[in-house]
Ligand binder design. Structure first.
Ligand code: KIV
Length: 271
């Protein structure tokens, strides 16, 4: 008798069934092996190797500077860690906007070199041709509408999107077009809750929200925000589950003190 316990992998089909059955989808970002191991073993459904790595890992002000090579490096580390969850990787700014062939090549590099399970890209009508081409090559694509951080210099602010009826209507049409083009899911960022609910109700594919209210099919947060590692970012949609900034500061101060006073290492901590 085998004692080997098979872990059932979350797939895009699992997410679709969850929507049909009314089970909420849990998603977080991850960028490295150690954290991804913990999140996967805790039972997260989806890990997103987000281009927010540009902010939280590299310290850039926006998501624009991160490169495809850097995203692949982060993705490789996360994929190595995950035994159960679905791993989706952001196509970074500049790796897909040129044309659909460039978009396909970038998606293929992520799938081939990182072993990811799918990609995410930002935008509506302007990326439909690229989505069709990537999906046509057998790569699952997640869309991203509402606040799209790669376009920050076009919009100028990180405020709530689609509050006006005209913009809300464009967002709904774009969501429909993404579904039609073959996206398996869409992230909606920072939009009114009523609009999030409307999109989730109208579309067949799972809608994952970040600041899109409780009427969507799942939630995503940036891991560093949710664990309280970042401290100067407090949008209304963020719930902090830990205050790691303070905890790590306290632990580091304690360590410094122990080293300086000669308390560390003690007899049992040496050979
Ligand atoms: O890059 C990222 O972290 C994201 C999430 C905010 C959805 O795209």
């Amino acid at each position: 008798m085998s004692t080997h316990h098979e872990i059932k992998r979350v797939t895009t089909h699992t997410l679709q069934s969850m929507k049909v059955q009314g089970e909420q989808i849990s998603m977080l970002t991850a960028y490295d092996f150690s954290m991804a191991t913990i999140l996967d073993e805790a039972g997260i459904d989806v890990l997103l190797v987000g281009d927010s790595a540009s902010n939280v890992m590299a310290g850039h002000e926006t998501t624009l500077p991160i490169t495809l090579d850097q995203m692949i490096y982060h993705a490789q580390s996360v994929v190595r860690a995950c035994k159960r969850c679905l791993v989706i990787v952001d196509l970074p700014f500049g790796s897909y906007q040129g044309n659909s062939k460039e978009a396909l090549n970038s998606a293929i590099r992520i799938m081939k070199e990182a072993g990811a399970h799918g990609i995410k890209l930002e935008g509506g009508a302007e990326v439909i041709e690229s989505i069709k081409r990537i999906v046509g090559a057998g790569v699952p694509v997640m869309g991203h509408l509402g606040l799209t951080p790669q376009s920050i210099y076009k919009f100028g602010t990180y405020t709530v999107r689609a509050k006006e009826e005209e913009e809300a209507e464009i967002l709904i049409n774009n969501a429909m077009a993404l579904q039609e083009a073959g996206c398996f899911s869409i992230v909606l960022e920072k939009i009114p809750a009523s609009l999030g609910t409307e999109v989730a109700n109208q579309l067949k594919i799972p809608i994952i929200g970040i600041g899109a209210g409780g009427g969507v099919d799942g939630q995503v947060l940036v891991m560093h925000d949710m664990l309280g590692i970042t401290k100067n970012f407090s949008p209304r949609f963020l719930r902090r589950y830990l205050n790691l900034y303070e905890d790590i500061t306290d632990a580091t101060k304690q360590y410094i003190n122990d080293v300086k006073t000669g308390d560390f290492p003690n007899e049992k901590e040496q050979y």
